[in-house]
Design a protein around this ligand. Structure first.
Ligand SMILES: Cc1cc2nc3c(=O)[nH]c(=O)nc-3n(C[C@H](O)[C@H](O)[C@H](O)COP(=O)(O)OP(=O)(O)OC[C@H]3O[C@@H](n4cnc5c(N)ncnc54)[C@H](O)[C@@H]3O)c2cc1C
Ligand code: FES
Length: 252
């Protein structure tokens, strides 16, 4: 698989340190499954490794990602201007596979929203999004969902449930238990661990996108492995066999 050259058509602040980047590629990414990602070659000659970002949207030759500035690579990306060249590799990994006839519950923590946004668009009003933010300003990230029901939590209590998103889901879980619920989640590892603790007693189906650090993104370096219950081949590559895994297969 080769990098696809493109040109930045937008790189704007959404809120806080969250930004939306649009790139016009020389060719389309082709078919993208919700939860798949791309590796982006950050336009800084001192940064060698590409960085992984979920596909937020892909239409024709236009790719959108939404990212949070957290370190050297994303800082360099935030400085890239309209018209600058950008190399993108993808789509990569295995995404979400919603079952038919289930009631989808989607759980996102902060920038994890970028990882489930395509899935939410596909599920439409069948899904409920439980969205965990630091404060109410971050909730504007999920303003483009149309008819999807959104329940929000904020850590500072400035909107919705005061506390974390798993706590919020815990308050509503009983309402879903008779409706064949299926959970899809993307967020920090702490969120995934507490989600597992919450769901353990009911063991409903749950797929999670894990945020491992990645070097190659193509299954070559084994730098992104996660431990699973598979007795013959316990270590799976997040970039190849994931990033979406069955929660009950993971050793967390
Ligand atoms: C499959 C996948 C999809 C992702 N999608 C998105 C997305 O849509 N939007 C987005 O903003 N980010 C996303 N990330 C996380 C993103 O790749 C990292 O934030 C980015 O690589 C950090 O690069 P940096 O050079 O700015 O930070 P660095 O200087 O490398 O690190 C800065 C800080 O960020 C932490 N960090 C670095 N990489 C990761 C990571 N993979 N997960 C969690 N923490 C990390 C480091 O531990 C450190 O504390 C995704 C990660 C994966 C694996
Ligand atoms: S990042 Fe190299 S194998 Fe996954």
């Amino acid at each position: 698989m080769d990098d696809i050259p493109g040109k930045i058509t937008g790189n704007d602040r959404v809120t806080g340190n969250y930004r939306r980047l649009t790139v016009r590629l020389e060719r389309s990414l082709g078919r993208v499954s919700p939860g798949q990602f791309v590796m982006v070659k950050v336009p800084d000659r001192d940064i060698f490794l590409r960085r992984p970002f979920s596909v937020y949207d892909s239409r024709g030759r236009t790719l959108t990602i939404v990212y949070r500035v957290v370190g050297k690579g994303t800082d360099a990306l935030s400085a890239a201007v309209r018209g600058a060249p950008l190399m993108v590799l993808g789509p990569l990994g295995r995404g979400f596979t919603p079952g038919r006839g289930n009631t989808p519950i989607v759980v996102a923590g902060g920038i994890g929203y970028a990882g489930v946004r395509m899935l939410l668009k596909r599920l439409g009003d069948r899904a409920t999004l439980f969205f965990g933010a630091t404060g109410k300003d971050e909730l504007c990230l999920a303003e483009d969902l149309g008819t999807t029901r959104v329940l929000a939590s904020t850590m500072d209590g400035s909107f919705g449930f005061a506390g974390d998103v798993v706590g919020l889901l815990g308050h509503h879980l009983d309402d879903y238990l008779g409706k064949k619920p299926e959970v899809f989640a993307c967020g920090p590892s702490g969120m995934v661990k507490s989600l597992k603790t919450l769901l353990e007693p009911v063991r409903i189906p749950c797929q999670v996108s894990v945020e491992e650090r990645m070097a190659c993104g193509m299954g070559l370096c084994f730098g992104c492995v996660v431990a699973t219950r598979d007795e013959t081949n316990p270590y799976k590559r997040a970039c190849k066999e994931g990033p979406v895994f069955n929660l009950w297969d993971l050793l967390l």
